[in-house]
Design a binder for this molecule. Structure first.
Ligand SMILES: Nc1ncnc2c1ncn2[C@@H]1O[C@H](COP(=O)(O)OP(=O)(O)O)[C@@H](O)[C@H]1O
Ligand SMILES: [Mg+2]
Length: 364
């Protein structure tokens, strides 16, 4: 068959069509790259927004001169009306904001609770006994911040004297909303943790100093919410850093005896109902030896002594590990005039003690 030698025109047109195809392919490639980059940017923005939404509560408000932030705070409100909910004053006391302006009465309820317990007559035996399980209360204090006035409860700093406070906040109760809660609030609370009713408590958050790595690990409420009942023990063991510091097994039995004492109090008092209240457990994450130091209960100073005390001395326990009740905006005295045990709280406390006992048995 006759074949004509390709002319310059033919060559040019072939090259032309290759170029067009090349440009087309390149354009397509460029378009896909842009599309992918765009998608990646959108995904990154969404992730950032999500993260901000999750931690917005934890965004630190501007520091207030003359006060420190409560570095060891692991849960709860971090800011209200863009002012810090918790501060530490120059004497080491914790200031907790009470909001008397918000709708609802939580500020009044919590203040009334502290006032009643700490100013009660000595004949109110249950109230007097309860004091040792609470941070001590030193009245209300008003602060002027940016021209506005804010009220704070002045409380004992439960982690004072701890070089590296390890802190865990556990909300107690099968039901964590009070009888005055509106339906939507009650429903929201019920949806927060699927095992709340079964366990009667949930871990809200923790900060734990890891001695080997030299870092403090913060696990917030999103971690606690996902914990299955069979994962709690391991969470607590990690909180105590028992793998790296097996000596801390001793703290487990101290926590059990402290919880037992609280349990004893709950098993006879019939006047107070605690909803959505917490137990705070704290110890010094930097400390690994437990027989030669002493810590003052009040104020912020630490005393050390060389006196080796007996293991059974409860006063030592309180220096090594702090176990206290906190958070009372939904705690009511003589609720509806009825006297009865706080079975809602007792159920959760009992289960919590069981878990600590199981943990202790692993180290016997
Ligand atoms: N007296 C205290 N000493 C040390 N830390 C405290 C004290 N009270 C509260 N905290 C810290 O602040 C967090 C929130 O406290 P809480 O009273 O539960 O506030 P909220 O009402 O915002 O939930 C706790 O989880 C704990 O980490
Ligand atoms: Mg709280």
């Amino acid at each position: 068959m006759f074949r004509r030698t390709p002319s310059l025109v033919d060559v040019a047109s072939v090259f032309g069509s290759i170029r067009v195809q090349y440009i087309r392919r390149n354009c397509l490639l460029l378009f896909c790259t842009w599309l992918l980059a765009g998608l990646l940017i959108i995904m990154a923005v969404v992730q950032t927004l999500k993260a901000t939404a999750l931690t917005s509560n934890a965004t630190a408000p501007a520091p207030i001169s003359g006060f420190r932030t409560l570095e060891s705070q692991v849960a709860g409100h971090f800011a209200l009306r863009s002012k810090p909910c918790f501060l530490v004053d120059k004497d080491g006391y914790v200031l907790k904001m009470v909001d008397f302006t918000r709708s609802g009465s939580t500020g009044f309820v919590e203040t009334a609770f502290f006032e009643s317990i700490f100013n009660s007559d000595e004949s109110e035996k249950d109230f007097v006994e309860l004091r040792e399980f609470l941070p001590s209360y030193h009245g209300l204090q008003q602060l002027s911040i940016g021209g506005e006035h804010f009220w704070y409860l002045k409380l004992e700093n439960l982690v004072s004297g701890f070089a590296k406070p390890s802190v865990m906040d556990i909300k107690i109760g099968q039901i964590t909303y009070d009888p005055f809660a509106e339906r939507c609030k009650a429903e929201r609370e019920m949806l927060k943790y699927e095992f709340q009713e079964e366990l009667g408590f949930r871990i809200l958050g923790s900060k734990s100093f890891k001695i080997k790595a030299g870092i403090t690990e913060f696990l917030d409420k999103s971690v606690g919410k996902k914990l299955k009942p069979n994962e709690i023990l391991s969470y607590i063991s990690t909180f105590l850093d028992l793998k790296n510091v097996p000596e801390r097994a001793r703290l487990v039995s101290e926590i059990i005896s402290a919880l037992d004492r609280i349990f004893q109090w709950f098993s006879h008092q019939e006047r107070i109902k605690f909803y959505s209240s917490s137990i705070l457990i704290a110890f010094d994450g930097e400390k690994t030896q437990y027989n030669s130091s002493s810590r003052r209960e009040n104020g912020s100073s630490v005393q050390r002594s060389d006196v080796v005390c007996a293991e059974t001395d409860f006063s030592i326990s309180r220096k090594d590990v702090v176990v206290r009740l906190i958070d009372f905006p939904h705690t009511y005295i003589d609720l509806k005039g009825q006297k009865s045990l706080d079975v809602n709280y007792i159920y959760g406390l009992k289960n919590l003690i069981q878990i600590f006992k199981r943990l202790a048995s692993l180290y016997e």
